[in-house]
Design a protein around this ligand. Structure first.
Ligand code: EPU
Length: 336
């Protein structure tokens, strides 16, 4: 097996923030066997596993080995008249997979159109948008144990999905590399989800197919969110905080207009974007690091910001939000 191990490579093309740091070693793998071989050859190396590099802020050069997952393949593994189970290689681009589903008239992921990143990274943070989370269509994933080199299958319950969360971000962090995932999708007639207000407002027709839902989602996202190929960013930088009803009532007395949504267990979810906008940071810019002018939850790199500058801005925002609202924002993006 010939592996193209490179040295002192800039990671700029491989992270959507467009941060220019170097990795001491770098290799792309096109099959699980290649991945196994790399791990075997570099058992003691410090590893950075990259999918689409869309949920990552790199703040310094990386002295270890970056492995980029470049596996491909989408296949139906089980089907009947009403549904299909599809197995997708971890290295497939998430949005390309959504487009494949639309072309094949398979429903379930249309609300998740245009989310940057790879299929293998999607379960790690249980990606979600416009009323749908990945866990709703997720069947299972295969993952390689870095320690033993063995493949393990994780079903939905094993993954312990939560809001932008899973076991791969917690108890098993850094221990497994997802190599493929399986999703349960519907055949027509589909049941579409238009519960998210911005989405239902955009949709005028009464009978809706999955293609029109995806089109509306793509339009909304393109209006609000910067295109990673033009302005470096990592989607939502912070998670939306969830607070107790008591905390919320106190906050609402001070800010009667505060937007809020009911969450699990009687708790309340507050849009972090509103908190950030309220402290005056929407559209803020210092050098090339900034807050997007259409969506305060998105930090952007206008060109040559360093990861440290973006990180500094994120900490500054977190500090100001804490001061003003006594709410501690959590980062959605992984900082390295
Ligand atoms: N808002 C503001 N200022 C802004 C933007 C939004 O005050 O600049 C307030 C408004 O009240 C608005 C509310 O926030 O009604 C919600 O805004 P939006 O619908 O844009 O959603 P979000 O909560 O900011 C979340 C996800 C997004 C996802 C959208 C749509 C998180 C961390 N982010 O954003 O996910 O696309 O909902 O479902 O949950 C991502 O994770 O990278 C991501 C983009």
């Amino acid at each position: 097996m010939v592996l193209n191990l490179q040295k002192d490579i800039s990671l700029r093309p491989y992270n959507t923030f467009g941060i220019d740091v170097k990795s001491k070693f770098f290799v792309g793998v096109q099959s699980t066997d290649e991945l196994k071989a790399v791990l075997k050859q570099h058992q003691r190396a410090q590893l950075l596993i990259l999918g689409g590099g869309s949920n990552l802020l790199l703040t310094q050069d990386f002295e270890g080995l970056t492995i980029r997952i470049e596996t491909r393949g989408i296949e139906i593994v089980l089907e009947d008249d009403r549904s299909a189970r599809v197995k997708v290689a971890a290295g497939e681009n998430w949005h390309d997979f959504v487009l494949w589903c639309l072309e094949n008239d398979l429903g379930g992921v249309e609300n998740l159109a245009l989310i940057p990143g790879s299929v293998g990274a999607a379960p790690i943070q249980n990606i979600g948008a416009y009323g749908i989370e990945l866990r709703e269509v997720f069947e299972s994933c295969e993952a390689l144990s870095i320690k033993t080199g063995q493949i393990k299958i994780f079903n939905k319950a094993d993954c312990q999905f939560g809001y932008r969360n899973s076991i791969f971000k917690n108890a098993l962090k850094g221990q497994y590399i997802i190599t493929s995932a399986q999703f349960n999708l519907t055949k027509a007639p589909h049941q579409v989800n238009t519960s998210y207000r911005v989405l239902s407002e955009k949709l005028v027709a009464k009978s809706l197919d999955i293609q029109s839902i995806a089109k509306a989602v793509i339009e909304i996202r393109s209006d609000k969110l910067p295109n990673t190929s033009q302005i470096g960013n990592s989607g939502s930088f912070f998670k939306n905080p969830v607070i107790s009803l008591k905390e919320f009532i106190e906050l609402q007395q001070q800010y009667p207009e505060i937007p809020h949504y009911p969450d699990q267990g009687g708790k309340i979810k507050i849009p972090a974007a509103w908190l950030i906008e309220s402290i005056g940071y929407k559209g803020y810019r210092k050098n090339d690091a900034g807050v997007h002018q259409n969506q305060a939850l998105v930090l952007v790199n206008y060109g040559n910001a360093s990861g440290a500058e973006i990180n500094k801005l994120a900490l500054q925002i977190r500090g100001k939000v804490l001061e003003s609202f006594a709410i501690e924002l959590e980062f959605e993006v992984n900082i390295l």
